[in-house]
Write a protein that binds this ligand. Structure first.
Ligand SMILES: Cc1cc2nc3c(=O)[nH]c(=O)nc-3n(C[C@H](O)[C@H](O)[C@H](O)COP(=O)(O)OP(=O)(O)OC[C@H]3O[C@@H](n4cnc5c(N)ncnc54)[C@H](O)[C@@H]3O)c2cc1C
Length: 455
């Protein structure tokens, strides 16, 4: 078993009066809540929620704050933050399973698993937010969805007060949707009925021992002593100094659970200078348990490439597969070019990501759209593109309304509404209404907001 603790999705706050939620949301919107309750154990998470529910308080379980539009006046709101971010990986029934606590930063998990040579999460690189919210929202990008890799969710049920395990097939995952998300409306419109405590991912079949390449590659002189290749906070790796503390003080990290992992572990791109692991195939350069760089390329170290733009960036056909680290690097580059990787200096990333979901329309509505409108068959309906509809309705990149708009579409990506500085939720909602109206008048299609609105 491997274990580590990842960075949290939500930053530390100073003790004292709670900061404004504008400091804890990527759209930088929202006033001061009544209280922020930080929880270091799942018992604390559960009792904070149960307590607030018992007293009829409005609760926001806050992850990375990357899918929220929050009003200025929220001083009745209790904010609960899960500060647990332990991750364990093990092989069960021949498959690699990774369980992650809900407060962990999602992209840190992608980085960590990719560094182990497990490629499955790589297409979902660069998405902000927490592991817990990812399952609720069934986050997706570049031809992949969280539901492709989630096998189980452990959650606290606010209705019954029980903690239960929910296999993925019981969660009714859909496009940016799940049974968890649908329960939000039922419970006051802010936080779901089920609060996710832990998510288990199935990263694919572990290669058989006969696939092992016998010769571990030495690290070159001058290889960095720290960084992505040294995840060893909670497990022993050959590179660790003797006596390096291996286990952070967290009940989830029993030394027995972390165990010793007697496998070679390589820095990215290190030790595989041969043709198999060239610069375009960095992912294959990771030695994963049981697979050496000289071993077969494929299996758990590779992931399907199911999106045109990603395939083009990697120089492979759609439907093929590529090494995880190469996919991650390509996805991050594409996302950066669209302002979809958080960057405090770039107002194009002061957003909640894509603001509208892609609409599903009837075949008749789809037939009435211009010939070049994107159309994807989906269970008797047709999914079209919100970005295309907006653009065709005359709403381009960097577009805003009024003289000095504080909210505009991103200058890199029309579907992201962005805070140009000093905006509040009212500005966002005014622009949202304007866009929805404009698209409806142009195409008779109603766009739907993706982020959660807290007024
Ligand atoms: C720059 C940028 C790019 C983005 N790109 C993408 C993308 O490519 N694809 C995509 O799908 N989304 C994308 N998003 C949206 C966002 O990152 C995701 O929806 C993400 O999963 C939200 O996670 P969070 O932890 O920030 O949730 P928050 O914003 O903190 O919360 C959102 C909702 O989830 C609930 N929640 C949080 N934690 C839990 C929990 N443990 N249990 C139950 N409910 C919980 C909250 O109560 C709230 O209802 C992007 C956002 C930004 C800002």
């Amino acid at each position: 078993m491997l274990a580590t603790r990842l960075p949290l999705a939500s930053p530390a706050v100073r003790v004292g009066a709670p900061p404004a939620l504008s400091q804890l949301t990527t759209f930088r919107l929202g006033g001061h809540p009544a209280r922020i309750v930080d929880c270091d154990t799942d018992t604390q998470v559960i009792s904070a929620i149960a307590d607030s529910d018992r007293h009829g308080r409005r609760i926001l379980v806050l992850g990375g704050g990357s899918n929220l539009v929050v009003a200025d006046r929220v001083d009745d709101l209790i904010v609960v933050r899960d500060r647990r971010s332990a991750v364990h990986a093990s092989v069960e029934d021949g498959r690699v399973r990774v369980s992650a606590q809900a407060g962990a930063a999602w992209d840190a998990l992608v980085e960590w698993t990719t560094a182990q040579g497990w490629a499955a999460l790589a297409p979902l690189s660069g998405i902000p937010g927490s592991v817990g919210a990812l399952a609720v929202q069934n986050v997706g990008a570049y031809g992949a969805s969280a539901s492709d890799v989630i096998s189980l969710v452990r959650a606290y049920d606010r209705a019954t007060g029980q903690v239960g395990e929910h296999p993925a097939q019981t969660l009714a995952f859909g496009y940016r949707d799940s049974a968890l998300k649908r329960s939000v409306a039922q419970f006051g419109g802010i936080t779901p009925r089920w609060v996710v405590l832990e998510v288990v991912f199935d990263l694919g079949a572990q290669p058989q021992p006969d696939a092992v390449a016998p010769t571990p590659s030495p690290s070159p002189p001058g290889a960095p002593a720290d960084g992505i290749g040294r995840v060893g906070a909670a497990y022993d790796q050959p590179a660790a100094e003797p006596g390096t503390p291996a286990t952070p003080a967290d009940p989830a990290f029993s030394p027995g659970a972390a165990g010793r992992v007697g496998v070679a572990y390589e820095q990215p791109g290190v030790g595989c200078g041969g043709p198999v692991c060239g610069i375009g195939q960095v992912g294959a350069a990771y030695e994963q348990p049981g697979v050496g760089c000289g071993g077969p390329v494929g299996g758990i170290g590779q992931v399907g490439v199911n999106y045109d733009q990603l395939a083009a960036a990697l120089g492979v056909p759609v439907g093929s597969s590529a090494p995880g680290a190469a996919v991650r690097a390509a996805v991050l580059a594409i996302r950066r070019s669209k302002g979809m990787v958080l960057d405090a200096a770039d107002h194009d990333t002061w957003s909640a990501g894509s603001y509208f979901t892609n609409p599903f329309v009837t075949p008749a509505q789809a037939a009435a759209l211009p010939a070049d409108a994107p159309r994807f068959e989906a269970a008797g309906q047709v999914k079209t593109s919100a970005a295309w509809l907006m653009t065709q309705a005359g709403i381009g990149r960097g577009y805003g309304i009024g003289d000095r708009p504080r909210v505009t579409t991103s200058t890199k990506h029309v579907l992201a509404l962005t805070n140009r500085g000093g905006a509040n939720a009212a500005d966002v909602l005014e622009f949202e209404r304007w866009i929805v109206d404009r698209v409806r008048r142009s195409f008779g299609i109603a766009l739907t907001r993706e982020p959660v609105l807290i007024t």
